[in-house]
Design a protein around this ligand. Sequence first.
Ligand code: BTN
Length: 243
Amino acid sequence: MKFAMGILMLSKALIETHLDLPYPYNIHLFDSLDSTQSYLKSLAPSNVIEICLSESQSEGRGRLGRVWESPHGKNIYCSFRLPFSLEKLQGLSLVLGLGLYKVLENYSDLSLKWPNDLYWQDKKLAGILVELLAGNIPLIGFGLNVNDSDQSLLEKGRISLALISGKEVERSALVASILNTMFSSLLCFKDEGFLPFHKAWTAVDYLYGKSYSVGKLSGKARGVDKEGYLLLEDEQFILHKCH
Ligand code: BTN
């Protein structure tokens, strides 16, 4: 599938037009960077939301030391650092995933794979990375495949919004909408934890009923509990809570 050469570059002004955040913020937008996550890790502490975006990353990082492929000008690579600490982190990545899901739910067949992947059918569309800085300050990064129409994505078990719908998407308004949604969820999570999100997350659980392993534990996925722990049922029908 090919697309017209009409992809707009990310625009700080356009992002700001659509952003509606509950705290002051700074946007750091780059054409290329090693990793938006690494950039914010080494940025001096501040009391505003620090948001970093780049058109490409040479050392994009995924969970568990994996590489996050970050070709230029097509997708969203975004990290943000919260201006507050969080006492409890259990369930945080699920809540953030739900934020991504809500913004994109008009695309059918989306689901969330514990702990923090957004799937379309059996293909990965987006991933979230949560790291903790000094003083329990969360540093959150997400990568969303948007206008990448490279068929080799499919062979790697991945997908993009453009491959799903056949249409290019304007990324600045989209990333603002994701940040708005994630922040309103984060404020609720800060006060009330995962419980208010449990029902919505359960309704879009990709793994439910599938065989899955976490470390040495294997079994059938049986959803998440009210704190966001994955429940795996072993052959004796005993439920195990996974971190
Ligand atoms: C995963 O699914 O393994 C998480 C992927 C997270 C990728 C994003 S892209 C923006 C930010 N910068 C990085 O280096 N990684 C995250």
